[in-house]
Write a protein that binds this ligand. Sequence first.
Ligand code: HEM
Length: 512
Amino acid sequence: MESTGISWLHKFQTSSCFFFVLSLLLLTISVALIFCKFLWFSRRRLLCRCHICDSYRTSSWANEFDNLCDWYTHLLKKSPSQTIHIHVLGNVITANPVVVEYMLKTRFNNYPKGKPFSMILGDFLGKGIFNVDGDWWMFQRKMASLELGSIAIRSHAYKTVTKEIETRLLPLLSAAAEDGKRILDLQDVFQRFSFDNICNFSFGVDPGCLESSMPISSFAESFNLATKLSAERALAITPLVWKMKRLLNVGSEKKLNDAIKVVKVLAKDVISQKRKLGFSNHQDLLSRFMACVNDDKFLVDIVISFILAGQDTMASALSAFFWLLGTHPETVSRIRSEAKEVMDGDQEFASFEQIRGLHYLHAVVYESLRLLPPIQFDSKFALKDDVLPDGTTVKEGTRVTYHPYAMARMDQIWGPDCMKFKPERWIENGKFCPPNAYKYPVFQAGSRVCLGKEMAIVEMKIVALSVLRKFDIMVVSPASGPRFSPGLTAIMKGGVKVLVKKKGDAPPLEEN
Ligand code: HEM
């Protein structure tokens, strides 16, 4: 009896040991197979020897072009389909409006942001609108479009921006004009300006970054660092390196982790303060979201996405606007004459209605965004194999990018004068004529079009008018084209250096 028991136990031990070893073996084989598959696909990609991939890998494109975007533009201009494939990056890039419409509207469901994108920005943006697809996206989109479309929030945005202009931007420019010789970095000024603005608008909290006496707040500093380091992840040919660094919490990944922690702790503080003080009668966006969402972690994600949406894009748009006007004095004169026609001489700020009526200024804003779009390119990832309308085949998982910067430089879209800064191209019978959204996806287009588009344009017009009615902005050495730092938004290397003079004090500039 005893010996039967022992042999049963022995058999059981032997068989469970056998199953354990078998499971381990199967697991090892599966991992090895996945790794081999990864290596096989990566090898095919990484070892591509076509001249474009070689040029990318060795950075030889930089011998001829200042910016990667200029090189892509050159390749897209030469491509008969206006679409190219950078095999080494697994990236199909298009400047063809028909393809842009196809990916952003017709086959929207096949071109989500996708896992690779949400992996890169997930630590920073969490489940915020910028970083999600499907139901999470739909919920935030519906809620945000209701909020951002409301008259009350538009008037809140208008008040926020005029206050920042009146109390900080104009005094800062006045001080620079009085000094006469002080060179300002307008890009830095607009980064601080738009950070204050978007925090006031989104949180109802004023970080005071543009206050001349204040150093940049730790919130702004950490936010900018987190944006920069997250964007750098996207530049790697393979994500393995940053993932390894993240696992070990070393180098840039440690810095990123620390910066994200600061941003999230400060954002959480604001939310708890608001909850304590009561938020139901507040106008800011966060208070409005708090009325429907109870989860603080999710609220933090929502708010971070909104700051990202509204800070760098606005700073980049405004910097580019003044950079372009630096060589177009005739455009400045026309903006001033148009303003004179609709505003009283002693009126400090144009009203919301007056702003809407400034068609020429509207055209200048569109033209500067066309030539120097804040988001130069934007990618999606194909869910399933597909064929684009221009015949390009797209395999499941391929990155597909539309490229507003290159599109602005295509003769096929804008005619032979596409490289010229020409606001008149937008005016017909004295009125602004809106573009076809897929020829001009500066704010994206289709189902995921930018929710802040109207607000952004009104804000640019208010800033432009307030500054140009009082000051001449002289860009220092504007002759060479801008060079951009790699990142999610177009930031000019070295900033935008300007001299500020009271209107009429500056020597006349030559038209470019
Ligand atoms: C000139 C300034 C701006 C430009 C050029 C711009 C451009 C864009 C672009 C290209 C996208 C699509 C990004 C993507 O899906 O990857 C986008 C999305 C978005 N933008 Fe803007 N934007 C600007 C200003 C703003 C402002 C001021 C706000 C808010 C206050 C805002 C709110 C949003 C939001 C919430 C989305 C996400 C929409 C969605 O995924 O459904 N944007 N914007």
